[in-house]
Every structure is written in C-alpha cells, then in structure tokens.
Design a protein around this ligand. Sequence first.
Ligand SMILES: [Zn+2]
Ligand SMILES: [Zn+2]
Length: 177
Amino acid sequence: MGITIIWDHQVPVGLRLPVARRVEMILGMPVSNADAAALINGYHPERSQYDAAAILERVLLMKNRAGCTGPVLLIVTHDLFVGGCDFVFGLARPQTGCAVISTARLDNRFYGRPEDFNDLADRAAKEGSHELGHLFGLEHCTDRECVMFKPATLAELDRKKMALCPDCRRRLGKHST
Ligand SMILES: [Zn+2]
Ligand SMILES: [Zn+2]
C-alpha cells in the first residue's frame, strides 16, 4: 500500500523528489507525488492562518477523487492552526487516512535566518513522516530523537533524527503488513 504526497502548487517543485525519497527512507514504504486538485480552504482572516481540520476535509475529497487507497499527505505553504493551538506543523486524521503539513514554520526565513534547501527538505520529511506515522497507528513517542516525538519548537524538530526509534519501527511493521 503506497503513500501519496499531494503538493500544493505554492510549494517549490524542487522539494518533491527530495522529500519523497526521505519519507521512503524513514518509513520504508514507496511514495508517489501528485498535484493538488483543489484550492486550500479554511482561511481565518483574523489569525492570518488556515484551519488544519478544515483542510483535512479537502484532502479527503482529493484522496477520493484520485482513487488513492493508501494514506495521503498534503503539503502546503499556508500557516496552520487547530482550535486551542497557536500553530501546528501538521495534523493527521487516521480514520480517513488523511494528513497535512505546512512548510511555513519549517523554513529558516520564517525565523529570520538564511534560506537552506536541505534544512527545509529534512524538516518536511520528518514532519510528513510523523503525520503519516499517525495514519499507520503510531502515537507520540517519548524518545526525543524519534520522528514520532512531538516537537513544540523548531529546535526540537531539528534534534529529531531522520528515523523512527526501534520501538516505533516495530509497531509500524505490525500496522503496515
Ligand atoms: Zn503527532
Ligand atoms: Zn519512537
């Protein structure tokens, strides 16, 4: 059962293959790339952010329209929030097999630092694999270097390795076979 990454047109096209290859390495499953078939919804003008839960409903439409049977991850540039949080890097809904991440806060430029393509690709792969991990039934991990650790800050995200810890890897093996 392959993973599909759907890319919003605002995300630089050059990220597609590097991120897909990194996610394949982290999760050990094939990944294919597709174009987003719909505009991103859920904009809240008073926050200048997008409601990740509303976007996930749009992802489910894209998933059904594309006939994807495996899990689907949408990658956008729009800054995301969910009720009760200032922001989220991403969100997953295991019941529908849909997830979304944003590159907004994965980009050095958000923090006033020089742009770095490899940083952005690494972070998008870690956060994308994290949300996909939820779609495969994985929960948050207490190992700070594991992809399933929930980072509160960019520094915590950068501390994670490009890999699952042995426990999460074992659980993933059970869920994906
Ligand atoms: Zn999570
Ligand atoms: Zn873990």
